[in-house]
Unconditional design. Structure first.
Length: 375
């Protein structure tokens, strides 16, 4: 028994220290939160009480007696900002404002919801910029409602609004990727910065897609830019895929005319990121019965150099050997036989409605070039 007595005493001392430290932190946390609330809302603007079950404080603002917000103090010995205050204030008020707005205003088929860290998201589905005017005006009504009825949200910098526009088709983007994001309200030091409907139209109008996607087009995506659709994308679409062209500008190239059936010379596109080295070389063909601008011609051939991976519908393919994972030949992944004849070694093998050719590096195991030709 004499052996265990010192151990019991030591445990009692440790437990006492932990308990006293916890009590000290609770008192300190309460003081930190009260000081924070006094500075933020004023001394007589709220009520506060300690949660019975959790180490947090429940706060109710006098202006909003039905809303309960929790505050807690977080400590991280490795953080320069410790202790810090955590709260669900933003989420509670964001969702409350939406609920109050919907009681008195119609949104049609539009939606407003709260999302951290954006604040408010206004979702709408329209087919044109003209149709966008109605939901835009509704979003402005929401801003006016908050500004008049709940200006505290502006003071708290919580009236940032992103409009998610579904249905308008842009150049360089496939039909199934038609979401457009516009920041229409942003809280600044001097108040709200509102993006006008006219500014949105001015930005999007030059990007509007003027042709339908070919349902028989073939989709690929290199490890730079956006996806391409051979047999569907126009040459002009390529300027809206987050890439830059090495030869000429869109203004210079629009003056090039292709005759019916004529194929353009090759043009190289690359990333504007200096640390991405993939090149995509494209050729377009005039598939119409009359002369057309190069920009209106359809992309029918792509050569991809120095990519690390590529999406060949419907799979992504690793192009560089990595001993940490199983390597499969690209042809095997696509379920086609590699080239056997001299012609196939020059043009590629047929895969769906394209010809595809993978060229290996001479010195180590990787694909250095992929050629895709629309049939």
């Amino acid at each position: 028994m004499n052996i265990f007595k010192p151990i019991v005493i030591l445990l009692c001392i440790v437990c006492s220290v932990i308990f006293l430290n916890a009590c000290s932190h609770i008192k300190e946390d309460s003081e930190i939160i009260i000081k924070y609330l006094d500075n933020r809302f004023g001394k007589d603007a709220y009520t506060i009480k300690k949660d019975k079950y959790y180490r947090r404080w429940l706060v109710t603002l006098n202006e909003y007696p039905d809303l309960i917000i929790f505050y807690t103090v977080s400590r991280d010995p490795l953080s320069m900002t410790s202790p810090s205050i955590k709260t669900n204030f933003d989420e509670i008020f964001g969702e409350y404002i939406i609920e109050e707005y919907k009681k008195n205003y119609e949104l049609g088929n539009d939606e407003i919801f709260w999302e951290i860290p954006i604040n408010f998201i206004y979702y709408t589905k329209v087919n044109s910029l003209e149709e966008l005017k109605v939901p835009y005006d509704r979003a402005m009504e929401f801003i006016a409602f908050v500004s008049e009825k709940h200006p505290m949200l502006i003071d708290e910098r919580l009236l940032n609004i992103r409009m998610d526009i579904d249905g308008i088709r842009l150049k360089g983007v496939a039909d199934n990727d038609s979401m457009i994001y516009q920041d229409i309200s942003e809280v600044k030091k001097d108040g709200l910065n509102i993006k006008s409907y006219e500014a949105i139209c001015k930005e999007l109008k030059p990007q509007l897609k003027t042709h339908s996607d070919n349902p028989n087009g073939f989709t690929f995506h290199a490890d730079i830019g956006r996806s391409f659709i051979l047999g569907s994308d126009t040459f002009e679409d390529c300027f809206f895929k987050n890439l830059i062209i090495k030869q000429g500008t869109i203004e210079e190239l629009k003056n090039i005319i292709l005759q019916p059936g004529e194929i353009s010379k090759a043009y190289v596109f690359k990333s504007d990121n200096q640390y991405e080295f993939t090149n995509i070389t494209l050729q377009a063909k005039n598939l119409s019965d009359s002369p057309c601008s190069l920009l209106e011609a359809t992309i029918i051939k792509a050569i991809i150099d120095d990519a690390k991976e590529i999406y060949i519908e419907p799979v992504w393919i690793d192009l560089v050997f990595d001993k940490r994972r199983e390597w499969k030949e690209p042809y095997e992944i696509l379920g086609v036989s590699p080239p056997k004849t001299e012609q196939e070694n020059m043009e590629g093998v047929q895969y769906k409605n394209i010809k595809i050719l993978f060229e290996m590096n001479q010195y180590y195991k990787e694909v250095k070039r992929i050629t895709l030709t629309f049939l």
